[in-house]
Design a protein around this ligand. Structure first.
Ligand code: NZQ
Ligand code: ZN
Length: 384
């Protein structure tokens, strides 16, 4: 296990009616900007509950943050927040709204062009305080400091993170997820699953506790995903799914361990260039990635086969191969096709993706820095 420092300052208010605690977490007298997406919160009652809970505060609203939030939209929120002298941001929605709000928070005090935070990794030296009311279990954004922002004009998608963009708190009420369409539950389950895989599916690194945490989360997601699709109002299922997704990317399972993240990097390109939903890109790329990086990952794959899927017979190679098949079948069982051609996409963007990685200097990705742009091309070919 490697040396590590662990820090996560996000307060979680979890459970039915947790929104009642909202006002106690926002400094009295704050001018609050409530940010949200395309209107789901108005249809399911969350908007009303949040505004009621904010009755003692001065409130400004900014709606219309789209899935895969765009710089073009967010910069309008930055202008509004600066004009209104907002001093607290409250994101109400899924990962896109939370991510978008982190960017707004960092961009408000930023001197210069805020896109540089993403493309040039310009240092974030401060941010307006933010909190979140989460409505979609998937990204873990509610309990981490990261965000992923797209620029529609150039079809690019970049991540950033800063200690200043941790939410101060996140309200997690599982009942708020009852109104989610099935495809969002499927995508969210896959996203959380792949977050664990990015931090676990590397090589044996003597992290006994970390491995068991990861395996527990993977097993839970395998059990919960289908149940959440079958019965949208099962509170125990929805609460466990929500907590599993939060735990999958709040930093705890990866302490002292190697991590990969190449599936996400390729997935972001597929979203930016083809508009595929985030979870869908991961369902397409992960099986292809595991096949391409088989030699590098097979020891851990065999451990995963045994402990997560109960595959105990066969050689290391056989168990590892069987686990990749099980993983892909799991995604498909949630109703998410796992090949590009099933979405009407061919190899038209493959070279662009490899060129972008080369230009950015991302020439050795993954836990062993073994994923070259040439091997990215192989992953993409396997994902067709
Ligand atoms: O926009 P509204 O009308 O709210 O509708 C949303 C949106 O259309 C809808 N929705 C959300 N909650 C709902 C609901 N509909 C009915 N009932 C509810 N309770 O769901 C749609 C998708 O929402 P979105 O926020 O885009 O989904 P998700 O939470 O999956 O977020 C995806 C974004 O997060 C980024 C992704 O790249 C993508 O941009 N990620 C962020 C990460 C992070 N910050 O750590 C890590 C992830 O790997 C990921 O990259
Ligand atoms: Zn993700």
């Amino acid at each position: 296990m490697n040396n590590f420092q662990f820090y996560n300052p996000v307060k979680i208010e979890f459970g039915k009616g947790a929104v009642d605690k909202l006002s106690s977490h926002i400094p009295a007298g704050s001018k609050v900007m409530v940010t949200y997406g395309g209107g789901s919160i108005k249809a399911n009652g969350v908007y009303e509950a949040v505004l009621n809970a904010l009755s003692g505060f001065s409130v400004v609203e900014f709606g219309g943050i789209e899935p895969n939030p765009s710089y073009e939209t967010l910069i309008q929120a930055v202008d509004l927040a600066r004009k209104e002298k907002v001093d607290f941001l409250l994101a109400v929605g899924g990962g896109s709204v939370v991510d978008g709000t982190k960017f707004i928070a960092a961009a408000i005090p930023f001197e210069g062009e805020p896109w540089d935070i993403l493309v040039k990794r310009a240092e974030v030296k401060s941010a307006v305080a933010l909190g979140a009311v989460l409505t979609l279990p998937a990204t873990g954004s509610e309990m981490n400091a990261g965000a992923v922002i797209s620029k529609r004009a150039t079809k690019e998608k970049f991540a950033f993170g800063s200690p200043y963009t941790f939410p101060k708190f996140s309200i997690l009420d599982p009942e708020y997820t009852y109104s989610l369409p099935k495809n969002q539950i499927a995508n969210g389950t896959i996203d959380a699953f792949v977050h664990v895989m990015e931090q676990y599916m590397t090589y044996p690194a003597a992290g006994l506790v970390q491995d068991r945490w990861s395996e527990g989360l993977l097993q839970s997601l395998i059990e919960l995903g289908p149940k959440a699709l079958e019965n949208p109002t099962d509170y125990d299922v929805r609460s466990n799914l929500m907590w599993a997704a939060t735990m999958a990317l709040n930093g705890i399972i990866v302490v002292g361990m190697p991590s990969d993240w190449a599936t996400h990097m390729i997935g972001h390109e597929l979203t930016a260039l083809h508009g595929l939903a985030h979870g869908v890109t991961l369902a397409i790329i992960l099986p292809a990635m595991l096949n391409e990086m088989f030699e590098e990952k097979k020891e851990k794959l065999a451990q995963y086969a045994e402990r997560v899927w109960g595959i105990t017979s066969g050689t290391t190679d056989e168990k590892a191969r069987a686990a990749i098949v099980k993983t892909e079948e799991f995604f498909q069982s949630l109703g998410v096709p796992t090949h590009l051609k099933e979405y009407g996409i061919g190899d038209e963007s493959f070279q662009t993706i490899c060129n972008r990685f080369t230009e950015r200097g991302w020439t050795g990705m993954g836990e062993r820095r073994a994923l070259t742009p040439e091997r990215v091309l192989e992953v993409l070919k396997k994902s067709l």
